[in-house]
Write a protein that binds this ligand. Structure first.
Ligand code: CU
Length: 506
């Protein structure tokens, strides 16, 4: 119980770091840890404070100084903290609108986990605990009710829409992508993996994380560990040592292709981040996990290709588990599709986006954003000298981070994802419809943009051919180092990381 209190204490601290009363808050919680367990007196303390840069923002928090283990008291404290965090985010947003040119520090607004926070130099590391339940599941399941005919049904808990086609999937916590692990460098990551696959074993690999000192946590079945048996739980535990955009995925069978993957982001304090001056926000909602998608499971695809007349060509691309493919007809005869992903930005600010390519077939994906140049700052978790490009190509397992400056006219803009190689126009004509991109939605203000809604789309619906954007491309397909005018190859990138001397044989 003491350990849980310590973790809760750290969690709560992370949400109030910017407040002037943080220290007071910490002290109160420390007293809580040290309080005599037998003490039955519960003292409720109610404090109110105002965030200085938001005149109308007043936050009330409640904490208690006894170890009384009443479930009701603990729930009360938890709700109060969520309330505080939500309002704190809103206060930052208000501040943005009143600032026109000065640099605004990035503050994370993800609600799902306290470890997803702004990393502050000198702060104590946190223990970041997650529960992963992996199971066979289904897209467009019963949980989706009348989605997409009733669009709100698509947002129901446990509803995974994919591209509207029903198929079996393997997912963690009934999410695709699975839970996003976002921590600060030095945090301890603890993931309890509960295998609810009925007959299959599993493991989780931390793609991009070097696992120095903890190779037995690398998640490779029969190499670094015995696979996790059905009906059992295995706990991964390691310190997040590599800064950057990584991802986790099942390393067993075809489970990764069938949906068992998610982001793994390791952030660092501003003082250690060579790119911190280039952007204002680094938000959880700007992580984009992309993958190729088929209507059958990875194993069905594989077996049909090797033993029959099946092929190995994907028919679609998903962005954060969403895509446009299957047409549904409404009663009035109009057509509707399952939702696509939207990325929200406010005009006048610069945003860090993180692409994770989680695909499994031979389908490099070209990514571009209409009317916006990408400033690419990181490759596979390693910082690089910034490069302005119009598009970037990513292959299976790769990650790229780029900055978008939202300095264009307030409007809706397509983000385009175009499959190459086995995804291109030589194979499936269906691809042309498959690559309907997601969009970037620039709103007039934080609350509401007059004249648009979440069902609006930018002008036009780009075809496969139109999904290509002219201009400098990073990591182009089959283009060598000699072609400098239209392409930047990986060897052209300049690493900002120090040379790792442990790799030198002296
Ligand atoms: Cu991997």
């Amino acid at each position: 119980m003491k350990k849980e209190n310590i973790n809760a204490d750290k969690d709560q601290q992370s949400m109030v770091k910017e407040n002037s009363s943080t220290e007071k808050f910490r002290e109160m919680k420390k007293e809580n840890i040290n309080a005599d367990k037998d003490q039955q007196i519960c003292t409720m303390l109610i404090g109110a404070l105002a965030i200085s840069y938001s005149v109308d923002m007043v936050i009330v928090y409640i904490c208690y100084t006894s170890t009384m283990s009443s479930g009701m008291v603990q729930i009360g404290v938890f709700l109060a903290i969520i309330y505080l965090k939500g309002h704190y985010g809103a206060a930052v947003a208000n501040d943005q609108n009143s600032t026109t040119s000065t640099y605004v520090e990035y503050v994370l607004l993800q609600k799902n986990h306290p470890c997803s926070r702004k990393c502050v130099e000198g702060d104590s590391p946190m223990v970041c605990r997650y529960n992963f339940t992996i199971e066979w599941y289904q897209t467009m399941s019963k949980a989706c009710y009348d989605c997409p005919l009733v669009l709100d049904d698509c947002k129901r808990p446990d509803c995974i829409t994919g591209d509207g086609r029903k198929r079996s999937i393997v997912v963690v916590n009934r999410q695709m992508p699975g839970p996003s692990i976002e921590v600060c460098v030095g945090d301890e990551v603890v993931v309890h993996v509960h295998n609810h696959l009925m007959t299959d074993t599993t493991t989780i690999h931390w793609h991009g994380h070097h696992q120095r000192g903890t190779p037995y946590m690398d998640g490779v079945p029969f190499v670094t560990q015995c696979p996790i048996q059905p009906g059992t739980t295995f706990t991964y535990k390691f310190v997040a040592a590599n800064v950057g955009t990584h991802f986790w995925h099942s390393h067993s069978g075809m489970q990764r292709a069938d949906g068992a993957f998610g982001p793994f982001i390791v952030r660092q304090p501003k003082q250690q981040n060579p790119h911190s001056h280039l952007y204002d926000y680094d938000l959880s909602s700007h992580v984009m996990t992309i993958l190729d998608w088929t209507e059958e499971t990875g194993m069905q695809k594989f077996v049909a290709h090797h033993h029959s007349n099946g092929d190995n060509k994907p028919t679609n691309i998903l962005v954060n588990g969403k895509g446009r493919f299957l047409e549904f007809i409404m009663e009035n005869g109009s057509s509707v599709y399952s939702p696509v992903e939207r990325f929200y930005v406010n005009k006048g600010y610069r945003y860090r986006f993180r692409i994770i390519n989680a695909e499994f077939l031979n389908c490099p994906i070209e990514v571009s954003v209409d009317n916006h140049t990408l400033t690419i700052i990181s490759s596979d978790g390693n910082d690089i000298a910034p490069i302005d490009a119009e598009s970037v190509v990513t292959y299976a397992g790769e990650r790229f981070d780029f900055i978008i400056n939202a300095n264009k006219t307030e409007d809706l803009y397509w983000m385009r994802f175009r499959g190459l190689m086995d995804c291109d126009e030589r194979f499936k004509s269906a691809h042309q419809r498959a690559y309907h991109p997601i969009q970037k939605h620039i709103r007039k203000d934080w609350l509401q943009y007059t004249g648009t809604s979440d069902t609006d789309f930018p002008e036009g619906l780009p075809s496969y051919t139109e999904a290509h954007k002219e201009g400098l491309q990073v990591n182009a397909l089959n283009v060598g180092m000699e072609e400098r005018n239209s392409s930047v190859s990986i060897p052209h990138l300049q690493s900002l990381n120090e040379w790792d001397r442990s790799l030198t044989k002296f």
